[in-house]
Design a protein around this ligand. Structure first.
Ligand code: MRU
Length: 361
């Protein structure tokens, strides 16, 4: 699969001392890269959505943790372990809904302790042990990204198998190159379709309030030469009533054990409309987003974000009375009953097979 971008959204520098991310808050106006060198900078980049999208924040957190302990200077293994756990727990709470964040950091912790256990029983040189741990953690964080690239390719192929030439696709938020290591999840099949000469027609919801659709999806798809039209979030019903949409493709931040799905606020509304107009809605979810500890959608914590993002952020003047109360949930839950299939890198789970989610983990 060919990437349409000359850069990755998240990188660890060759020295392992910098996490490099494209600042997604500056897109589409400027392609500006941030070089993050402290845990606080990584935390801030994640909470302010400079790096965003479930897969990308998991990768950024793993890189961030590896980078921080790589920079930490100590001769004591105990101090090194303490610093590792401090940074891990700190980054763990940078955003609450996308389970990839916790999944990636837990994986880094498993790597830490399995590497420690693998050291010779008579190892007494703390400096050597720290060096081994540093190298293992850097390698593990790079493996998380490399696996994500493979996951995106597999998921894109599966999504592509549903498409036919000239079909119309509606997408919400951004589950593309920027939200992952490369290629994307929900946008991956669209890139493949374009490369195969299918000329897909894409409608992208602007995705209020942070405009990931307008700023990021429209930027990505138009850069790739894809026929993309930006629409406001309240236009989905009209598009479907006019027969312009054959599929809805969306990404995912967490899949509960019963097949309910958390994704960007507004996804559930689109899903309800799609059900009414009999348009199939597919959720693209790497197996790392399946959370079997969450029995159903209601158990997923939904992030709430500050009011200024709704009233001020993208406007030259505030669009609401000063001090007005605001409710700004960043995600919603789409019930399994509205989903035609959950597309993972290991296969498509249909609603009747939702119990098979367990087998994929
Ligand atoms: O708040 P965001 O922009 O991080 O939300 C992103 C989404 O909702 C995406 O659809 C999801 O993370 C999937 S990314 C492959």
């Amino acid at each position: 699969m060919k990437s349409v971008f000359p850069y990755d959204s998240v990188e660890l520098s060759p020295s392992g001392r910098e996490v490099v991310v494209i600042d997604q808050t500056q897109l589409p106006g400027q392609e500006r890269f941030l070089h993050l060198v402290t845990a606080e900078q990584v935390f801030y980049a994640i909470t302010r959505l400079k790096v965003r999208g479930a897969a990308a924040i998991g990768i950024a957190a793993a890189f961030g943790l590896a980078m921080c302990v790589n920079r930490y200077r100590t001769r004591s293994l105990q101090a090194f372990e303490k610093e590792f756990l401090r940074v891990k727990h700190y980054l763990y709470i940078s955003r609450p809904t996308a389970v990839n964040l916790m999944w990636a950091l837990d994986r880094m912790e498993r790597c830490f302790y399995s590497t420690l256990q693998g050291l010779p029983a008579d190892e007494t040189d703390d400096r050597h042990a720290i060096e081994v741990l540093r190298n293992a953690l850097i390698a593990e964080s790079r493996a998380i990204k490399a696996e994500d690239v493979k996951m995106c390719e597999a998921i894109s192929q599966l999504g592509f198998s549903l498409l036919r030439p000239g079909c119309g696709i509606l997408t919400h938020c951004n589950a593309g190159h920027l939200a992952t290591s490369k290629f994307g999840t929900a946008l991956g099949p669209i890139y493949l379709a374009q490369q195969q000469g299918y000329s897909p027609r894409v409608y992208c919801d602007e995705t209020r309030p942070l405009l990931q659709g307008a700023r990021l999806t429209a930027y990505e798809l138009s850069k790739a030469g894809i026929d993309v039209k930006l629409v406001c979030d309240n236009m989905a019903a009209t598009l479907m009533a006019q027969g312009k949409i054959d599929f809805v493709f969306v990404g995912c931040d967490r899949v509960a054990a019963n097949g309910d799905v958390a994704n960007k606020i507004g996804t559930n509304g689109v899903a309800i409309i799609a059900k009414y107009y009999k348009v199939p809605l597919y959720v693209f979810a790497p197996t790392s987003t399946i959370d079997l500890d969450c029995p159903k959608g209601e158990s997923i914590v939904l992030e709430e974000r500050p009011s200024f993002e709704m009233t001020d952020l993208f406007f030259s003047k505030p669009i609401a009375p000063k001090g007005v109360q605001v409710y700004n949930p960043a995600f919603d839950i789409t019930p399994a009953s509205l989903i035609s299939g959950i597309i993972t890198e290991k296969g498509i789970i249909r609603p009747r097979d939702v119990k098979n989610l367990r087998k994929l983990k």
